[in-house]
Design a protein around this ligand. Structure first.
Ligand SMILES: Nc1ncnc2c1ncn2[C@@H]1O[C@H](COP(=O)(O)OP(=O)(O)OP(=O)(O)O)[C@@H](O)[C@H]1O
Ligand SMILES: [Zn+2]
Length: 496
């Protein structure tokens, strides 16, 4: 049975809540996408592994999922509040390239990582610059009651909505809040929803508006794209935990203004939540020993670097799944290596289970097919784990139990394992495909295979001198021969 109630931690109320869809049988989810001014780092990708997992669990629970992720190609300043330059303009100037080229290049790089991590395609990728007209219309609607104009742009007056910053307070209570005062603002937390191009300057990206030439504010973009595609209120809004501080409180304020709910006095939490998304969910950071991994700080790890070193990208996915999404996760190469070993064992065993199942069994409906007394409790345990605010650490161990369970119906076992793998986004790829040659390897897979064949023949003839020589030659090229490996691996490269 997969009927454990789905509970998700809502950052807005700071407690786990039962998921009750706005539209019966459906789940509508919006995830803040990347600002495409640079390559995504693996910390950014944790946010999308999390959003993908959430979507997969909603699908597992039987909801019809509509997931939207945006691409921010304009408007995100170097500081999340109103300080600094537009990240896209800054990178384009540094590279002497057009913003459009920068955006195209890094969007493609991001999509390559999405694919490599087996993140499902959302129903829609909304590109911020495609929505500028709608952003202007949204701003025009809320401006009379909620905004004021300064020389630098159109600002949102946060005192015009009830309960501004409730989401952020979770952070400020911990002493992490930081909103700087800027000249001319009525309240320090007021933010630009339209930034005017300063007189005498031209920006690469600018549009005409009732407030002059300029560009939309980053917060406005997400309010407009989420509301436009999913309709207010929708079910779940996701992002990294840094968005809980400024970006999401500002989106909420705009949504409240747009929906004309509240205005003065206090608003109930339910109303506040209804003014945008019902549930706001945030993944915690991927950190290194030196602190949060960050694009803006210059040095960061890209997924491609992991691949170049010989790690399959799905090892990184597994690393993320081993931790709870709300916990900080510290990256280490040892940790990634351990995740790769676990992944190999799991995928090899799962592949065997699914191959042993009769044709069609893995496509059958798990709920109706899994009745075996040893398997049904595992289905229930797995369902309870993922339904408990996406407890993937436990779900993974249940999957490993299911893969190992003996003397059970093969069809049922195949269906169960395939369904669990799919819910966690682990594809059933052949173990050979998990082996990646590091970029700096001096030997090809074909050469390794040939040497291994020769070695096998030498051993069959009991020519141990030749066998040892071949092993040493491979070792000199950085290939370790693995005799007697429990999983039957014949060789490995140093990183893997
Ligand atoms: N170290 C991290 N771990 C997990 N998620 C992160 C991390 N850094 C950023 N994110 C999340 O990644 C997503 C994409 O972020 P975005 O492209 O806007 O990054 P950014 O703010 O420009 O980069 P950075 O914060 O690295 O300078 C957001 O949801 C953000 O909260
Ligand atoms: Zn956003």
């Amino acid at each position: 049975m997969t009927d454990a109630p789905l509970t998700l931690f809502n950052s807005l109320t700071r407690q786990p809540e039962a998921f009750v869809p706005v539209h019966s049988g459906e789940a509508r989810v919006y995830s803040c996408g990347p600002t495409v001014y640079n390559y995504p780092h693996i910390g950014n990708m944790r946010a999308y592994v999390f959003a993908d997992l959430l979507g997969r669990v909603l699908t597992w629970k039987g909801y019809k999922l509509t997931h939207v992720i945006n691409i921010t190609d304009v408007g995100h300043l170097t500081d999340d509040a109103d300080q600094g330059e537009d990240k896209m303009e800054k990178m384009a100037a540094a590279r002497s390239q057009s913003i459009w080229d920068i955006a195209e290049h890094y969007t493609q790089a991001y999509w390559a990582d999405i694919k490599a991590l087996n993140i499902r395609q959302p129903a829609e990728w909304t590109i911020a610059t495609d929505y500028v007209e709608k952003m202007i219309a949204f701003a025009e609607r809320i401006a009379p009651k909620h905004c004021y104009e300064l020389d630098s742009g159109l600002y949102f007056d946060v005192s015009t909505v009830a309960d501004y910053g409730r989401l952020a307070r979770a952070v400020t209570e911990d002493g992490e809040g930081r909103i700087e005062a800027v000249d001319g603002k009525r309240n320090p937390q007021d933010f630009a929803i339209w930034r005017k191009t300063p007189e005498g300057e031209t920006r690469q990206m600018e549009w005409d508006s009732p407030w002059g030439k300029g560009a939309p504010g980053w917060h406005l973009e997400c309010s407009v794209m989420s509301g436009e595609v999913l309709g207010f209120p929708f079910d779940i809004h996701t992002g990294g935990i840094d968005h809980r501080e400024i970006h999401h409180p500002n989106e909420i304020a705009q949504n409240q203004a747009f929906c004309e709910c509240g205005g003065s006095g206090s608003m109930s939490l339910a109303e506040a939540a209804n003014s945008g998304a019902r549930i706001w969910m945030h993944n915690n950071f991927l950190v290194e020993r030196s602190g949060k991994m960050s694009k803006s700080s210059g040095e960061f790890l890209r997924l491609q670097l992991l691949i170049d070193k010989g790690y399959h990208p799905l090892a990184y996915r597994l690393l993320c799944l081993q931790a709870h999404y709300r916990s900080e996760l510290e990256f280490s190469w040892d940790g990634l290596g351990a995740a790769l070993v676990r992944l190999k064992r799991l995928l090899t065993a799962a592949r065997n289970v699914v191959d042993a199942a009769p044709d069609g069994a893995v496509l059958a409906d798990t709920q109706t097919i899994v009745t075996h007394q040893k398997l049904a409790p595992l289905l229930e345990k797995f369902d309870a784990a993922v339904s408990d605010d996406l407890n993937t650490a436990v779900a993974l161990t249940v999957l490993e139990e299911a893969v190992a369970v003996k003397k059970v119906d093969q069809a049922q076992k195949g269906a169960l394992v395939a369904a669990m793998m799919s819910a966690l986004g682990l594809p059933l790829i052949a173990r050979e495909d998990l082996r990646i040659r590091p970029k700096d390897a001096t030997v090809t897979e074909g050469e390794i295979a040939e040497a291994m064949e020769q070695r096998k023949a030498a051993r069959a003839e009991k020519d141990f001198a030749a066998s040892d020589r071949l092993r040493d030659e491979l070792a000199a090229k950085g290939v370790e021969v693995m005799d007697g490996d429990p999983l039957g691996w014949e060789w490995k490269l140093p990183a893997a």
